[in-house]
Design a protein around this ligand. Structure first.
Ligand SMILES: *Cc1c(COP(=O)(O)O)cnc(C)c1O
Length: 892
């Protein structure tokens, strides 16, 4: 049993004793439905009274947005002075962890501090949700099977503006804040960009005061830990919950039953109403993760579901001596929320994954409906009170689940239910890679979720009827647009289902949104109109990706802006542009980058044992390892560079620009080719780094276990970063934005958000190369029938590998074959010459230090568009029809 799951960590909130205290408002967010009857500590009448603000009245007043001081929380605020902070840390040491100030280590210094910070967040959490309930704010629900959150402690301290205070208090008891921060483990409930986007979006919703929640799953094991053994990736489980997690609150009172399998009984009175009889029922229980809003009282929430197993213990089997059988049901249930599937941009149609997705969708839909029903409004008003955004197709079962609840539980007619559903849901597409398209075999769905399969058939039937009406007799159109693919077995195309069930569909960068209109949704544009398909270019949070990860550069920005307001309003960084001619400022800008490089050099030394010089150019490619991202092209470029260096005299080599090529990233556990690329990178690194002739002229580093925390070290230290996907394959990318926001320059293809970054910062500030998206199909077609013709550089790199320069060439032959015999799907042979040329241009530019710094400052000053705050505002205005609702009161 793990302690932190069991409500052992009570928290006592020390209030400012100089002021009068009021009991905190009871949490108003309770489900209406079964199965766990809520044990109220206060009577219904007393609860009403409390919610009304302490005044006796039979009718609680409903405040409006114009209603000024409906409740003043300042008197119940936890005081912000050093003594109170110290008291609460010491109190948590004793009452939560059974320690005393004379008996602590940095782990407990972190935990006690974190719990005391959490007290403040939870207080604001209550305030925020009560306020939004009371004024009847429209809520936004961001459904994502992944949230790549990373650490929270530093983020929360910055948001609450208590970082210095905590540094002092920890200093008093003999600890450095940095060491306490380093004790925290990443919450890595995601694979890469898609999961990190969800985390940035809930951050932005909280900071911009939108009433938004994330919904996800609480995996017991997050993204696996990557070890590099003998150059190969080896996966180890991520037991992130082994130590107490201050950033979640178990909610055993909030749980919903989720059914699987069974059979249907039709209601003779209603055409579309069924009773679903199932003997496999699991309980999904909520864990709430508070999301600190920077400089605001609003605290967001991510509600994560975990399978509850205690009711599944079979006492009869136990009493009969069948101990394994007694816990068998628990084990089967537990597995559902045990592990995150480690695939990024690849679909792995495992049955367990389908059951995960359904548990997630069912619990979330029940919770959203329960919260809505507390408003007392008719269901037809759900779309006015709730917007649901699907982060890729993984939560698409939310659509048939909403239909099921409205039809079977609420007794609505089909047309009413469908109207409500489609006006509530919107869908974000994240990829066009065919291997990533989510499809589920009809027989599998029919077995696990018989009711949903029936609903999907009906959704498709009515949809195809509408198509037939508009385009009579076009059977080819019907076949191609059908939600059911007529393969053997039949498959449900989840992207089509998500599209049919949503009122808006968006891509994540301009080029990507155009491509999906011309490819997977081409027929839908014809049938449903072009207006439904829109673009929402991704963004990243300036809180985490500038202010938190790059304190020195942030200080410089703050100095120029005049205050820290840019952290919540990135448009303010425009003024940096005025500083490009200020010699002293440019030097400090350069020095900040050098300091970050020094910090990364230490990190590299401690994680890999490799010594690198901060005076070299840091050339970085960190992201998931995937063929379309072309880490292979990068390492082949390194091999070619190594070859050239070996051809030179020592005198010539001495004139070369020193370079550290840095890689990091995980490969999906079952993705063999990607894992071979990791092996090649490490094999090249071993040879190059130990070549004394080469010395510091070239170093190659693979940093193991890429994560949000690793990214926060790596990104602020890059001079150049590579975003070199085959044109048309990277939907957006978000690390490209993070790098430029931290003063790095991009070497990239004309793909994803690189294009818009170039438009914003100016083409002088970015190094583009490679073929264009509209040329890709022709090249691929040609290469299906013709051998690629590698240029001499690429051929040289292949030759060097095949001469066993980096160990047994057999290991790497499949990588070469993929280019030379496998049709070169990712067009390495096409783009390699221009890639090498682009590197030369980068090198020449880096040698002009003044101009390089100008590029860096200009780039940062023009990056406001890529704040996730901008993205969220666009979603709110153009998809969700939701408004910011700043919580009144005066805590900050
Ligand atoms: C931002 C981020 C990503 C996404 O990187 P891309 O280069 O855009 O694919 C992946 N992983 C982590 C840890 C990140 O922070």
């Amino acid at each position: 049993m793990s302690l932190h799951n069991s409500g052992y960590f009570s928290s006592t909130i020390p209030l400012n004793t100089a002021k009068a205290t009021t009991p905190g408002a009871p949490e108003s967010d309770v489900p209406v439905s079964q199965p766990t009857p809520l044990k109220r500590v206060v009577s219904g009448a007393a609860l009403k009274e409390l919610l009304a603000g302490g005044h006796s009245s039979s009718q609680p007043k409903t405040p409006s947005k114009e209603d000024g001081e409906f409740r003043d929380y300042s008197h119940s605020e936890i005081a912000r002075d050093a003594a109170t902070i110290k008291n609460s840390v010491v109190m948590h040491l004793a009452a939560t962890f059974l320690r005393t100030p004379s008996n602590i280590d940095s782990a407990h210094a972190y935990l006690a501090s974190a719990f005391s910070v959490r007290d403040r967040l939870l207080q604001r959490w209550n305030l925020t949700n009560e306020y939004h309930d009371k004024i009847g704010a429209k809520r936004v629900y961001y459904m994502s099977l992944e949230f790549l959150i990373g650490r929270t402690f530093d983020n929360a301290l910055l948001a609450l503006q208590l970082r210095d205070e905590y540094a002092n208090v920890l200093g008093d008891v003999g600890f450095r804040l940095e060491d306490a921060i380093d004790e925290e483990r990443d919450a890595a409930l995601g694979n890469g960009g898609l999961g990190r986007l969800a985390a940035c979006y809930v951050d932005s919703m909280a900071c911009s005061n939108y009433p938004g929640w994330g919904y996800g799953l609480r995996y017991k094991y997050g993204m696996f830990q990557q070890q590099i053994i003998n150059g190969y990736q080896v996966e180890a489980p991520d037991c992130w919950l082994d130590s107490p997690n201050p950033w979640e609150l178990p909610r055993p009172d909030i749980a919903y039953p989720v059914k699987f399998y069974g059979h249907l009984v039709r209601d003779p009175e209603h055409e579309h109403r069924y009773k679903w009889e199932s003997d496999v029922v699991y309980d999904a229980m909520a864990f709430d993760v508070p999301v600190p809003g920077y400089g605001t009282n609003n605290v967001g929430n991510i509600r994560l579901w975990s399978c509850k197993t205690n009711t599944l213990f079979d006492l009869n089997k136990f009493n009969a001596g069948d101990y394994q059988g007694a816990t068998g049901g628990q084990v089967a249930a537990q597995i559902l929320t045990d592990v995150l599937y480690p695939n990024d941009n690849t679909n792995e149609g495992k049955e367990l994954r389908l059951r995960q997705e359904y548990l997630f969708c069912s619990a979330t839909m029940q919770d959203i409906l329960a919260r809505f029903k507390k408003s007392g409004k008719p269901l037809s008003e759900l779309p006015d009170m709730a917007a649901i955004q699907l982060n890729d197709t993984h939560p698409t079962l939310g659509i048939p689940e909403m239909m099921r609840l409205l039809l079977d539980e609420e007794g609505l007619k089909w047309d009413e239910a469908w109207d409500i559903t489609t006006r509530t849901f919107a869908f974000t597409n994240h990829t066009v890679l065919p291997e990533a398209m989510e499809k589920w075999p009809v027989p599998m769905l029919d077995k696990i979720l018989p009711r949903h399969m029936g609903i999907i058939y009906d959704i498709n039937l009515y949809f195809l009827q509408s198509v037939e009406k508009k385009f009579p007799g076009d059977r080819e159109l019907l076949r191609s647009i059908s939600v059911i693919e007529e393969s053997n077995p039949q498959q449900v195309r989840m992207a089509y289902l998500a599209c049919v069930g949503s009122h808006k569909v968006n891509g994540v960068a301009a080029i990507h949104s155009d491509i999906i209109k011309q490819t997977i949704f081409k027929d839908f544009v014809r049938v449903q109109g072009a207006d439904k398909f829109i673009n929402k270019t991704n963004g990243v949070s300036p809180r985490r990706w500038v202010n938190e990860c790059n304190p020195d550069m942030s200080e410089l920005i703050t100095e120029v802006v005049g205050d820290r307001s840019w952290v919540n309003d990135l448009s303010k960084i425009k003024v940096l542009e005025e500083k490009v001619d200020d010699k002293d400022f440019c030097k400090r800008w350069w020095d900040a980058k050098q300091k970050n490089k020094g910090r990364l050099a230490e990190y590299i030394l401690s994680t890999t044992g490799i010594k690198v010089s901060p005076n070299a150019l840091f050339d970085v490619q960190v992201k998931r390892i995937h063929e379309y991202k072309r880490q292979l092209m990068n390492i082949l470029g390194v091999v070619y560079r190594y070859h050239r260096l070996k051809q030179m005299t020592q005198e010539e080599r001495d004139k070369e620009l020193h370079r550290v090529v840095i890689f990091a990233g995980k490969a999906a556990a079952g993705y063999w080719v990607a894992k071979q690329v990791i092996k090649l990178i490490n094999s090249v690194a071993e040879v190059v780094n130990s070549d004394e002739e080469i010395g510091d002229v070239l170093k190659v580093v693979f940093i193991p276990d890429y994560s949000v925390t690793a990214a926060e070290y790596i990104i602020p230290a890059s001079d150049i970063s590579q975003h070199i996907s085959t044109a048309g394959t990277e939907a957006s990318g978000t690390s490209n934005m993070k790098f430029v926001l931290n003063g790095g320059i991009i070497l990239g293809t004309v793909d994803g958000a690189n294009i818009e970054i170039g438009e914003e910062i100016g083409e002088e500030q970015i190094f583009f190369f490679g073929c264009l998206a509209h040329e890709v199909e022709d090249f691929r077609h040609y290469l299906r029938f013709h051998q690629p013709k590698p240029d001499t550089a690429l051929q040289t790199a292949f030759d060097m590998i095949q001469r066993n320069t980096f160990g047994d060439a057999h290991i790497f032959q499949p990588l070469i074959d993929a280019v030379m015999r496998g049709g070169d799907v990712y067009l390495l042979s096409v783009d390699f010459p221009s890639y090498i040329e682009a590197h030369k241009a980068v090198e020449a530019a880096y040698r002009q230090r003044d101009e390089w710094v100008t590029k860096s400052i200009l780039s940062v000053s023009r990056m406001a568009k890529f704040s996730s705050d901008r993205a969220i505002q666009e979603y709110a205005e153009e998809i969700w029809n939701a408004e910011p609702v700043p919580v009144r009161g005066s805590i900050i």
